[in-house]
Design a protein around this ligand. Structure first.
Ligand code: ZN
Ligand code: ZN
Length: 270
């Protein structure tokens, strides 16, 4: 058997046919004969070049009690956002309708209720741990390293919670990305190197990079090039257009399936 025929596995399910089976993550995709295992060569970070940026964030500090220098930063910063959504931070005031009508210290917000339900379902032990309120959160660790995150308490709390999910860790090597525009119970979170469906208002956040994917990045992930725009438009207009558009490769598959269906119906009719 020659090297080109050394397919691994059986029934032709593996897609690599030359040389030893490569190491690294694999994805299960659907081919014409059913599910196919294929080697993941790129994830959204490598595709966008995010891994090339030299950001040094000691993510191992998330969930630890602060060291003296971190405590100094937190005291000077004045933020008390935590993993507990019922904790009111006077630096990051909520501007939801409830808080506007009843005052920002009453914690009547819907998002707080959703986050509390999410937490009690996913981490019942965390809520009952009195030490937890004193431990460093995701947002605090990012800000200790000079990274600006969000000013909205809902988004800050969501990142503090999502970053503690076992499937997200360890943060220093995670491929997790999360749409912070969505309510937490929808948890539009991907950890396999791909990016989830991007509705028009999506704000996709890469947790390892502490960075929101920009509109040109989202366009690139959808197979589009913002440098070839036919007419000038704002980022908001372009994002709206992206939200309504097909990924070119998906559109090609739909067209191929459509033509195949026409072809088979013509063959049956002849
Ligand atoms: Zn805060
Ligand atoms: Zn509120």
């Amino acid at each position: 058997m020659g090297p080109r025929a050394q397919a691994h596995g059986h029934k032709g399910l593996d897609t690599w046919t030359h040389g030893p089976e490569p190491k690294g993550p694999r994805a299960r995709v659907h081919g014409p004969m059913g599910p196919v295992r294929t080697q993941v060569q790129h994830d959204y970070r490598s595709f966008l070049g995010l891994g090339l940026l030299q950001k040094v964030i000691n993510w191992a500090r998330v969930g630890c009690l602060p060291e003296p220098d971190e405590m100094n930063f937190l005291l000077a910063d004045g933020c008390s956002c935590s993993i507990d959504p019922m904790q009111i931070c006077l630096k990051h005031v909520c501007r939801c309708e409830m808080c506007r009508n009843h005052g920002a210290t009453h914690a009547l917000c819907q998002w707080r209720q959703h986050a509390l339900e999410f937490l009690s379902k996913k981490f019942p032990a965390l809520l009952g741990d009195p030490q937890e309120l004193h431990k460093l959160t995701y947002v605090q660790v990012a800000e200790c390293h000079g990274i600006t995150t969000f000013s909205s308490p809902r988004e800050r709390n969501a990142l503090n919670i999502i970053s503690r999910l076992p499937k997200v860790g360890p943060l220093e090597s995670t491929l997790a990305n999360y749409d912070v525009s969505q309510a937490i119970y929808r948890a539009n979170l991907k950890v396999d190197g791909s990016v989830g469906t991007m509705p028009t208002g999506a704000v996709i956040y890469s947790l390892r990079d502490a960075e929101v994917l920009t509109v040109p990045m989202m366009a690139k992930l959808m197979g589009r090039d913002v440098t070839n725009l036919a007419a000038p438009m704002s980022a908001v207009q372009y994002k709206r257009m992206l939200g309504m558009s097909f990924h070119p490769a998906c559109a090609g598959m739909v067209l191929a399936a459509f033509l195949a269906a026409i072809g088979s119906s013509l063959a049956e009719g002849s």
